[in-house]
Every structure is written in structure tokens, then in C-alpha cells.
Design a protein around this ligand. Sequence first.
Ligand SMILES: Nc1nc2c(ncn2[C@@H]2O[C@H](COP(=O)(O)OP(=O)(O)OP(=O)(O)O)[C@@H](O)[C@H]2O)c(=O)[nH]1
Ligand SMILES: [Mg+2]
Ligand SMILES: [Zn+2]
Length: 294
Amino acid sequence: MRARIVGAFGRNYLADDGSAVPVACVTRAKRSDVVCGDQVLLQPGDPALILQVLPRRNVLWREDAWRSKVFAANLDLLMVVTAPEPAPNLDLVGRALIAARAEGIDTLVLLNKCELASAAALRERLRPLQACGQALLELSAREHPAQALERLRPWLSERTCMLIGASGVGKSTLANALVPGLQAQTQALSEALNAGRHTTTSTRLWSLPGFPEGSALLDSPGFQAFGLHHLSLTQLQHALPELALRMGQCRFQNCTHRQEPGCVVREAVQAGQIDPERYALYLRVLDELLAPRH
Ligand SMILES: Nc1nc2c(ncn2[C@@H]2O[C@H](COP(=O)(O)OP(=O)(O)OP(=O)(O)O)[C@@H](O)[C@H]2O)c(=O)[nH]1
Ligand SMILES: [Mg+2]
Ligand SMILES: [Zn+2]
């Protein structure tokens, strides 16, 4: 029996096999990296047993010096959510975008809480990303949920779309605007685990009501770190649009854009054509790639 994983809680999973209610299932092994979005083969039972994970189209993951973590698989769109409050972390935003682009997953940046006066500063900081072609939408998930839905509609149709971002940026508020009733289903669990806080503790996949068949949304817990140790230098350079645009133009074919002579990337930084904050992000990730593994 074929099914799609829609919830992951340690060894316990929920899978959608086309019936009205998701089925509970487990893996045979104690540890596994089955994730939301995975297509699996199930052996019916109570709980059902995950026999096999079918080949993935793509997989979103992060890796630091000590461990790696898979977020989700088989995505069409990664929506990286940011907001003026709590204090935005553009390093995390940039890293999530790099991870998605390296896997060939389409990306969209969402500036949520756009009704706040403090959104102006964030809007300015995001301009360099837009200038090199990054798609970006402004929303107010809490104040204007219907408008948020209409702005996102063309992006979500017949795709599997994931919300990712720091804790408190409004991912679940937005998910609830897109999938009414979702809050009631997740809140009880979250409150039980977090003594009343609404923070999301596990990734869930929901089909989008009022959208064509095959439109799905994933909400995920906020994250604080996003290591990119697993990327190759070429993957990193292709995943940053500012660098990809200038591919092959430096004097040296294998230029790392750090201190080689005749480097068009450093020239562009000095000329103000590449944002210094984005170049600094590149250098930080580059240091991680080149660092020894443990
Ligand atoms: N002002 C304003 N507040 C918002 C908006 N959207 C969400 N919030 C508030 O931001 C806070 C955090 O929202 P959540 O949706 O729980 O954030 P989250 O990203 O899911 O957080 P985690 O689950 O911890 O990762 C809540 O108090 C929301 O009411 C918005 O558009 N404007
Ligand atoms: Mg949440
Ligand atoms: Zn260079």
C-alpha cells in the first residue's frame, strides 16, 4: 500500500493513503530519517509498518560539523518566512534559500507582519535579494489573512510547498490562514508539550482546501541554525544568484572569490553591485565547506 508521510513524531508517523483519516505507522528501525513528504510503502496493521521509502525527487536538509537533519522531501516550493519581529536573521534566510536552490527547489521569500512600521527596515535589507531575482511577497498573515491567501494562490496550486523560518515569524498563523481549522488540530498537542506556548514542535503536511488536487502545505518548527556542510563549492556558487550570474568570468576557473587576483565577484562587491551582507554570508558558508569534518 502506497502512502505519503504527513506527520513525523520521532519513530511515529502519520501517512495519507487516500482515505479520510491519516493512518498511524512506524519504522522497523529505532532511528530513521523518514520525513514529511516521503512516499512510502506500508504494510497494513495497527500501527502500519513502513516497509520502504520510495526514491525522493529532492530532499531539504542541513548539516553542521556534528550532525545532519532532514527537514522534508519531495518539495516544489520553499517559502522562507521572515518578519520585522522578532529581530530578523537574514543569515538563516540566506542559508535556507541556498539549501533549496542546491536541490532544485523553487524559492519564495515572505516578509510577514508587513503592517508593522518596523517592516520598512527589513524591506530595505531584503532589496539586494530581490535585485538579483529572488521572488518576494509581503503579507500580513494575522491582520489580512484573506489577502495573504490571494497573493499566495498562484504559487501554491498543484505544488507541495513548505514554510520554513525562525520561531515567531508567523508560519503557523499563515498556515492557518491557508488551511482553516489547522490550529485546532495542532494547538492541543503543542500546548501539552510546551506548557501553553503555541510554538510548533513537529513538521506537518496538509492538503490545501479549495485548491486543485495535489496542492499541499508543510508547516515546520522554527530553527536557529542551518549548517550547509554538505554542499560542494560549485553547488554553493550556483545557489547564490549574485555569484551564478558571474560564473566563469573570474581570471581563474576555480576562483573561490576570496583573494584571487582578477576576481569579478570581489570587484562587484567593491563597486557596490553585490551586497556586502550577502558576500559575507558566502564567505561564512565557504569557511564551513572547507572546514574539516568530525
Ligand atoms: N503583527 C503581526 N503579528 C503576527 C502576524 N502573523 C503572526 N503574528 C504573530 O506572531 C506570533 C508568532 O506566530 P506563529 O504563527 O506562532 O509563528 P511561527 O513561525 O509558527 O513560530 P514557531 O512555531 O515557534 O516556529 C503570534 O503572536 C502571532 O499572532 C502578522 O501578520 N502581524
Ligand atoms: Mg509554528
Ligand atoms: Zn572570483
